[in-house]
Design a protein around this ligand. Structure first.
Ligand code: SF4
Length: 471
């Protein structure tokens, strides 16, 4: 059917080309870069194809595969072919197949809480303020109410934050600040971080006032000295109460929290009482447990997951231990990588009313995760601090917890100035700009800081890819 032409190509190598004998050839041969000087006349070829189209193709001459059956369909002077599999006619398809549109087959489980991510998409007005270079109030503030504690948990980050027994934000300054938050439009405050919040007696009044001025509140507490006479107010006015508990047994509690086994029993009874009050009064406050995972409590994960189910709390979340930029707590993130099966087993203890969830993104920081690769953040700039601010338990304001006591980033003291004025001041915005412009998040910052998820979102927004309209 074809002539074989042997030629040298431009690299001096042999090149065989196979050209059908009856192909129309061009009069002018091709140039030397081609592998052959024989050039097909394409316009003549096109004419030949038009002629061929006029002749009916014999469909019955087509090859069939072994398991195929053809059905021939006559239309005027042409015969078409429908291909069928052998025995197709008899086959009754019982299984649902795609595109039958028969309604739901599978539904993803609704995410009740988002522990391992952010909720910035619900605050696009503040994001727009930021994009347009305007000044705006934080969406959320984590704040300590004291700088001391009544336990000494092994994993406590506060030990690197200059804890001082007896130091706490004073009642007047705290309540004035809460009012300012209402005026500014701060949406939530977590009494979380630094010392134990229940050691500050103004906690209860601050919670009630925040509700009145339209600011949501929450707290993280060791739960040991809760004023049960005022628990009603907390359960009525707080969005959630999170109990810091990293053990499911009295012995584990003594070991990890450096407390007594009696205190474990006291805490369990306090949680039971909170749940009873909540149910009796139909309060909406969420009650959860949080474990900070360190090697000393690896064996306490399953017992605590079971304890949470038995108590009837809403959730049990398991998180990594944040270490400082100087590794003062001594966390080896590699240790987490071998725990995956056990952590999945803990999650499987969830039920319809109880969520057990692992913060996989941060716990697996040493492996590949959405937020980290080999311990490096997948963003280069910290833009998150004006959206999520952190305030120390002594009333001093810094952009974030890991930067407490770093003078360069000190914004002001709630005992000396109004929070409203501070947020409007040049100093406040200079500090946030300094963080964005000067801090290297890969080496100056604690791994797994509170602003991580928000930072990743904002960084992606600032560094848009090309062709954004092609969503
Ligand atoms: S990235 Fe660094 S500067 Fe920004 S909040 Fe985290 S620790 Fe603070």
């Amino acid at each position: 059917m074809s002539d074989s032409h042997s030629n040298k190509n431009r690299f001096g190598l042999d090149a065989d080309t196979h050209i059908p004998k009856d192909v129309p050839l061009a009069k002018t041969p091709g140039h030397k870069l081609r592998t052959s000087n024989t050039i097909v006349d394409r316009s003549a070829l096109h004419q030949a194809q038009i002629k061929l189209k006029d002749q009916a193709v014999d469909s019955k001459a087509l090859d069939k595969m072994d398991d195929q059956e053809f059905e021939y369909v006559q239309f005027e002077d042409q015969v078409g072919v429908i291909r069928k599999s052998a025995g197709e006619e008899e086959e009754v398809k019982a299984e649902p197949v795609p595109n039958m549109f028969t309604g739901p087959s599978y539904r993803n489980q609704k995410e009740r809480f988002r522990f391992d991510g952010h909720k910035m998409l619900h605050h696009l007005d503040r994001v727009m303020n930021w994009m347009q270079g305007e000044r705006f109030a934080p969406i959320h503030i984590d704040m300590g109410l004291t700088k001391f504690c009544n336990t000494a948990c092994l994993y406590c980050y506060a030990v690197v934050q200059n804890m001082t027994k007896g130091t706490m934000i004073k009642r007047d300054a705290l309540l004035r600040y809460i009012e300012d938050c209402g005026k500014l439009g701060v949406r939530s405050i977590g009494f979380i971080g630094d010392g134990e919040p229940t050691l500050n007696p103004a906690l209860y009044d601050a919670t009630v006032l925040a509700k009145q001025v339209g600011v949501d509140t929450s707290m993280a507490t060791n739960g040991l000295i809760l004023d049960m006479d005022r628990a009603h107010e907390l359960l009525r006015d707080m969005t959630f109460i999170r109990i810091n508990l990293s053990a499911g047994t009295p012995e584990g509690f003594r070991r990890v929290h450096q407390s007594t086994e009696e205190n474990f029993h006291l805490l369990v009874e306090n949680i039971r009482e909170l749940i009873r009050i909540k149910k009796e009064n139909n309060y909406q406050c969420t009650i959860g447990l949080q474990m900070v995972l360190i090697p000393e409590c690896f064996d306490e994960v399953i017992p605590e997951a079971e304890l949470g189910a038995e108590l009837g709390v809403d959730y049990f979340v398991i998180k990594h231990c944040s270490d400082s930029e100087y590794k003062e707590i001594g966390i080896n993130y590699e240790n987490y990588l071998s725990l995956e099966d056990m952590l999945h087993k803990a999650e499987s203890i969830s039920n319809d009313n109880y969520v057990v969830q692992v913060k996989w993104n941060k716990i697996m920081a040493a492996g590949e995760s959405d937020l980290y690769k080999d311990g490096y953040r997948k963003y280069d700039v910290c833009y998150g601090t004006p959206f999520l601010l952190q305030i120390s338990g002594n009333g001093k304001i810094y952009p974030c917890g890991p930067f407490f006591n770093k003078d360069r980033f000190y914004i002001g003291d709630l005992h000396e100035s109004s929070f409203y004025d501070m947020v409007m001041s040049d100093r406040y915005w200079e500090v946030h700009d300094d963080v964005a412009n000067s801090v290297d998040v890969h080496k100056d910052c604690a791994i797994g800081c509170r602003q991580d998820y928000v930072n990743k979102f904002l960084y992606d927004l600032k560094n848009a890819p090309e062709h954004v309209n092609f969503i």
